[in-house]
Every structure is written in structure tokens, then in C-alpha cells.
Design a protein around this ligand. Structure first.
Ligand code: HEC
Length: 315
């Protein structure tokens, strides 16, 4: 007679499986991260959301009562079967039940039947002399199998009738969360012209500004701002010179765009660049205009456009 899986093993396992199943149908407001760490974080967030649901505890409580009843019934069946065993078998069964569950589980992996035992369970057909034993399926294997069935049904129901794993809904939800995060980030990183500071003295900022310039501006102003579709940014001539301060003039044009030429678009207003990024790129433009060598047509740069602003001339 086989030993039963003890209640302290199968009850917690079943409870855990129930809670896991609930993680599939409980909506959670997070964006899944990739990778192993993301997987663990995801599970923790989902479990956190699940344990807050009253219905989960109700189901777990009902399941617990049912499992305890099943356990009691099994015990009765076990006692009945035990009575029918011969004295020898009873002694063997009792001796075996003294061994801990995990030790038994572990040794069962390597345990082999005796020749007589095999004789009793051999199946009466063969192929090429190969015979089969009618071994009982291991309990852990069966449990996994049943769990797979329950998981599959729950998944299919959840997929069909709830928002769970609906990629369209997930996409919209994740985008909403990302937009909110972006908006928060922009709020924290955005500065208006009043807050903008000329940081062209800081080589690290100028370097970062250069990167932003390369990504967003060189297609029109070309390398080092020597000018192409957009004007030469290294010379003393300016089409736009509304602001008295050169740095703020550059900042304002990049943030709001050039007032009379839509080609120079409003990077700040259109949220293509945050206020802080514009501060950096404006510091870079200030730097190439005021510190680096002025590039002229002789250097392959664009001819001056607009008016020479005396106050902004390179010293
Ligand atoms: C699609 C092309 C294009 C892109 C991209 C572009 N610009 Fe411009 N930019 C222009 C044009 C055209 C003008 C001239 C506007 C005018 O005529 O008023 C200009 C003007 C300017 C001016 C004022 C120059 C002056 O003489 O008044 C500055 C400063 C400037 N751009 C900086 C930038 C920065 C910094 C970026 C990147 C964040 C950038 N631009 C991206 C086309 C562009």
C-alpha cells in the first residue's frame, strides 16, 4: 500500500496554486520589465495585488476546508485499507511511514522493484522483446499534470472573459502608465526660460549638449553648427535676436521654434526635448559660437545670414 502525501505538503501547495491562479485574473497597474529580475518583480507585484483581494481569501478559506475534508476522508480510506493488509504488510507499512516524506520522495527516485514485484506489474504485451511495466505514476508528476489542466482552464477562461493577457488592452494600459511617467519626468526635468542657466563653462554639460546636438540638430545645422539648411551657428550674424542675452536667445528659439520659419521647429513645445536638454544644447551652441573658432565660407561653412549683433560678437 502506498504512503499518502502528508497534509502539510499538499494543502499549502494547493493554496499556493490557487493564489497563483488569481494572479492571472487580477489586474495590476505596472509595466512588466524584461529579464529574470523583471520576472521576479512582476510576480511579487502581482502577489501583492492578489493578497489585497477579499475574494481570494474567501476562496482560499473554502479550499482549505475542502482540503481538510479530503484529508480526513483519505485517512478513513487509508485505515480501511490498512486493516485488510496482512500482519507482515502492516509492519512494513508502519516502518515506512516513520521515514520522513522528503527522504522517501528522494529515495523513491532511485528505488527499484524486486524481481517478483516486476513480475506482478509487467504488461502482457511486448514488441521486439521489449516489455512494459505498469508502474503507478509518481504523485508529484500527477500533481503537476492536474495543476497543468487547472492552469490551462483558468488561463483560457481568464483570457476569453477578462482583460488578462489581452495584448490590446495591455498595450493601452502600459502606454497610459508610460505617458504618465513621461509627464512626471518632464515636469521634474522641464525648465522654462526663466529657469534656464548658461552652463557653457561646464565642459561636461557642453559635451552632453554636443550629443543632443548631433542627434537632433546636425541634419540641418551640420557638424559643429557650420550651417546647411539651418544657418551657421558659429558666426556673429543672427536672423533671430529678440532676446538681449545670447544664451537665452538660443534657448528661446530651440524651445519655441523660430517665429518666422517653421523649419526650425519648437523642440520644447513639441516635447521633443525637455527644458533641461535644451539648456544643455543651448550651452553647446553658445560654446561653439563664443569659444570655438568661427567657421566661415573658407572652412566650408554657410555664409552669414541675418544681422551682426555687436554685443554678441566673439571676443
Ligand atoms: C529641420 C531643420 C532644422 C533642425 C532639425 C534644427 N534647426 Fe535650427 N534652424 C533651422 C532653420 C531653417 C533656422 C533659421 C530660422 C529662421 O530663418 O528664422 C534655424 C535657426 C536656428 C537658430 C537661430 C539662428 C539664427 O541665426 O537666428 C538656432 C540657435 C538653432 N536653429 C538651433 C538649433 C538647435 C540647437 C537644433 C537642435 C535641437 C536645431 N536648431 C535643429 C533649421 C533646423
Amino acid at each position: 500500500m502506498r504512503q499518502r502525501t502528508p497534509a502539510y505538503i499538499f494543502i499549502p501547495l494547493t493554496m499556493f496554486a490557487i493564489i497563483l491562479a488569481f494572479t492571472m485574473v487580477t489586474p495590476v497597474e505596472t509595466v512588466a520589465e524584461p529579464g529574470f529580475k523583471g520576472m521576479v518583480n512582476n510576480l511579487i507585484t502581482h502577489l501583492g495585488a492578489v493578497v489585497k483581494e477579499g475574494i481570494v481569501w474567501a476562496v482560499v478559506a473554502i479550499a482549505l476546508v475542502m482540503l481538510l475534508i479530503i484529508n480526513a476522508l483519505n485517512k478513513v480510506v487509508e485505515t480501511q485499507k490498512f486493516k485488510k493488509l496482512s500482519a507482515e504488510e502492516q509492519a512494513e507499512y508502519l516502518a515506512e511511514s516513520k521515514i520522513g516524506y522528503f527522504t522517501r520522495l528522494f529515495s523513491s527516485a532511485s528505488k527499484k522493484q524486486s524481481a517478483e514485484e516486476e513480475e506482478a506489474i509487467i504488461i502482457d504485451h511486448g514488441f521486439d522483446g521489449i516489455k512494459e511495466l505498469d508502474n503507478a505514476l509518481p504523485q508529484w508528476w500527477l500533481s503537476l499534470f492536474y495543476f497543468g489542466i487547472v492552469f490551462c482552464i483558468t488561463y483560457m477562461l481568464a483570457y476569453t472573459f477578462t482583460d488578462f493577457a489581452d495584448s490590446d488592452v495591455e498595450y493601452v494600459e502600459e502606454m497610459a502608465i508610460l505617458d504618465e511617467r513621461d509627464a512626471k519626468w518632464a515636469e521634474a526635468n522641464d525648465i522654462t526660460i526663466e529657469g534656464a542657466v548658461n552652463k557653457s563653462n561646464d565642459p561636461a554639460i557642453v559635451e552632453e549638449g554636443k550629443k543632443i546636438f548631433t542627434q537632433n540638430c546636425t541634419q540641418c545645422h551640420l557638424d559643429a553648427g557650420k550651417g546647411g539648411i539651418g544657418p551657421n551657428l558659429t558666426d556673429d550674424s543672427w536672423i533671430n535676436h529678440e532676446n538681449e542675452d545670447l544664451f537665452l536667445n538660443i534657448y528661446a528659439i530651440v524651445y519655441d521654434g523660430a517665429p518666422h520659419n517653421p523649419q526650425m521647429r519648437a523642440f520644447g513645445q513639441r516635447k521633443e526635448l525637455s527644458g533641461l536638454a535644451i539648456e544643455k544644447v543651448a550651452s553647446y551652441v553658445y560654446h561653439i559660437n563664443q569659444v570655438e573658432k568661427t567657421l566661415t565660407e573658407a572652412d566650408g561653412a554657410a555664409a552669414p545670414q541675418g544681422d551682426v549683433v555687436e554685443a554678441w560678437k566673439q571676443k
